[in-house]
Structure formats: C-alpha cells, structure tokens
Write a new protein. Structure first.
Length: 387
C-alpha cells in the first residue's frame, strides 16, 4: 500500500549510512579520515531528523486516511441493510462518527451548518461535506507546509556538502611546482571525496523522498474522494424538492401582487387631486415668471446660445488634442520598436562576446596544458641529464 512507502526512506538511510562507513574505512580497517567521517555523519544526522518529522506527519495522515476508509465501508454496509434509505437521520445528531478529532470537528461544523439551513418542511439547502472535509484538511494534517520543502532541503544539503568538500580540498592544496603539488594531491582528493559523497546521497534522498511524498498524498486524496462519493450516495441530507421551491415562489409572488394592488387602490383616489393641484401651481408660477422676467428670459436665451457655440469650439479643440495624442502614441510605438531592435543587436553582440570568450578560454586552457606537458618533459630530461 502506498501509505506505507515512507518505510523505504529508513531502509535507504541505513544503506547510505553503511556505505559512508565503508568508504571511510570503518569496516575495512583502513586509515579513517576523522574530518570526512564527521562531516558525513553531521549531514546524515540532519537528514535523519527531517525524516523523523516527516514520518510523524505521514503516520498522522495514514490515521485519517484509514478513518475515512472505515467510515465509507460502514456507510455502504448500513445503506445496504436499510434497503437504499438515506442514512442522514442516523448521523444527524451523531457526534462520534470519527475517532480522529480533526475529522469529527469538521463533521460537527457540517452538522451545525445543515441544522442552521433547515427549512419549514424539513428539507435543507444545498451544502456539501467537501466544504469541511477536503484536501486542505489533509494538507494540514500531513504538514504539507513542511514536507513540500524537504526535497529541496535535501538537494540543498547535497550542494552545500559539495562546496564544503571542495573548500577543504582547495584549502589544503598548495605548491609552486610539479613536485610539491603532487605531495598535496591527497588532501585535494580527500576534500573531493566529501563533496562527491554528500552530493550523491543528498540528491538520492531528495528523489526518493519526493516520490514517496507524492505517492502518499495521492493515495490520501483518492481515499478522500471515494469517501465523499459514498457519503453523497448514502447519507447526504435531502435538499428541497423543485416542486416545493416552485410552490413557495408562487405563494411569495401572490402575496407581493396583493400588496401592490392594495397600494394602487389607496393611491388612486389621491392621484387626481394631486395632479390638478400641481397643474394650478405650475400655471401660476409660469404666469408670474413671464410677467417679471420677460426681458431676462431673452438675455438668458442669448447667453445659452453663446454657451453652445463655446462648447462647439471646445469640442473641436478636444478633437484636435485627440489627434495629437494619437500621433504621439504612434511616435512612442516607433521608438519602442527601435529600442527593441537595439536590444536584439546588443543581445546578439553579447552572445558573440560570450562565444569569443569561450574560444579564448579554450585556447588558454590548451596552451596551459601544452606548457605543463613541456615542463614535465623538461623535468624528465633534466633528471636524465643529472643521472
């Protein structure tokens, strides 16, 4: 079963630990490099702590997964014994459906939600258990925030060990000629040994852990989906029927129509009198305005005419401004295209420089190898001459 795959981590851990001891001469009786062995043991201790924390979270996730499987099996059995009758009545007031506190707490919240949404005829509005028991709950139980970063941490430890081993080897490497350099090759190889070992088991642990973690989470998600399907089939609270919803809507509409009819009848008698009164007030006001402000109305008309002409001029100016802005946008686009072409040329020039730099480095490397070969040949000839 995929939920037990995390035991593979400890089996692999034991193999790597024995392999490190063997390479460092613990089992073969060879000379033991205390520094190399200490570094490897330190890295393995850190990795072991990470594995222990992840194992605890995986065990907690397995407990929740097994609970979901057991409850799904029990629901199917009870549903079959009840001849296909909905089981929500048996679980509506049951506060001991799950033994796990996380699952039971989520189910209790679901029960309260269903009770709060109950309608007059006993039906409930749409509410799914997946809103409370879902993948987010499994991620929280399995410490997804921690396990999702373990794989990258293991890779980082391997890289860190690589640089640490190279630093040790280069720090102990010294010499100005071929004779003194050959005496320090052992220290360099010892540092490279640390770098190689930590890189290998760091990347190996990362790959295996990532596979184990994803397999366990996938198994848990599949179990959750199966449980939700069984619950919807056997114990999902019955929702309101379409006929009941339609009848309630018709009753509501009839009540609204009756209320509007009464309001119209109350307002019908007052509407005629109010209209006549408003007409008299408007006529009186118009008569007084014509008598008092006959000349001012003419001035007001001229003023409004002038305002209209001014607005027409302003509209023409606005149109010219829009054309100018459009031209400016076109110029800006041309400038951007020119800049893009310049950037492409610069990138091409940079790539050419990189290629020339690489060719120069290769040439220097070849010259260095040739000079080293000639120096070695010269040294051999000098030794022969001295003899």
């Amino acid at each position: 079963m995929r939920s037990k795959l995390y035991y593979v981590l400890y089996f692999l851990y034991a193999i790597v630990l024995a392999f490190v001891f063997y390479l460092n001469g613990v089992f073969t009786g060879e000379e033991i490099s205390v520094v190399n062995l200490s570094i490897n043991i330190g890295f393995l201790v850190i990795i072991g702590i990470l594995f222990v924390i992840s194992t605890i979270s995986f065990g907690r996730l397995n407990q929740v997964t097994y609970e979901l499987e057991d409850v799904a099996f029990r629901l199917q059995k009870e549903y079959k014994e009840a001849n296909g009758k909905n089981l929500w009545g048996n679980y509506r007031d049951n506060d001991k459906v799950f033994e796990d506190e996380e699952l039971q707490d989520a189910f209790n919240k679901y029960r309260l939600r269903v009770k709060g949404s109950k309608k007059k005829r006993g039906a409930v509005s749409s509410c799914d258990l997946e809103e409370y028991i879902n993948e987010d709950l499994l991620d929280r139980v399995s410490m997804n925030f921690f396990n999702s970063g373990v794989s990258g941490t293991l890779t980082g430890l391997g890289i860190l060990g690589t640089f640490l081993g190279l630093s040790m080897g280069l720090g102990a490497f010294s010499g100005d000629d071929i004779f003194t350099i050959s005496d320090n090759v052992g220290a360099l190889l010892s540092g490279m040994k640390v770098a190689f070992h930590t890189s290998v088991y760091g990347i190996l642990f990362s790959l295996v852990f990532n596979f184990v973690y994803r397999s366990i989470m996938s198994d848990a998600y599949e179990t959750l989906e199966e449980f939700l399907c069984v619950f919807r089939q056997t114990a999902q609270p019955p929702a309101a029927k379409d006929e009941e919803s339609t009848a309630a809507m018709l009753v509501y509409q009839a009540g609204m129509a009756n209320s509007l009819k009464q309001m119209l009848e109350m307002m019908k008698g007052n509407t005629t009198e109010q209209t006549a009164g408003v007409e008299r007030i408007v006529d009186k006001f118009t008569e007084q305005m014509q008598t008092s402000l006959n000349t001012d109305f003419k001035k007001l008309g001229n003023t409004l005419k002038n305002v209209g002409e001014a607005q027409a001029v302003s509209a023409a100016n606005a149109a010219e401004m829009v054309e100018a802005v459009t031209a400016l946008v076109e110029v800006n686009r041309n400038v951007q295209e020119a800049l893009a072409n310049v950037m492409e040329r610069q990138e091409l020039f940079a790539r050419q420089l990189e290629e020339q730099e690489k060719m120069l480095a290769d040439t220097c490397s070849n010259m260095s190898d040739e000079i080293s070969s000639q120096l070695y040949t010269f040294g051999q000839m000098r030794n022969l001459y001295d003899e």
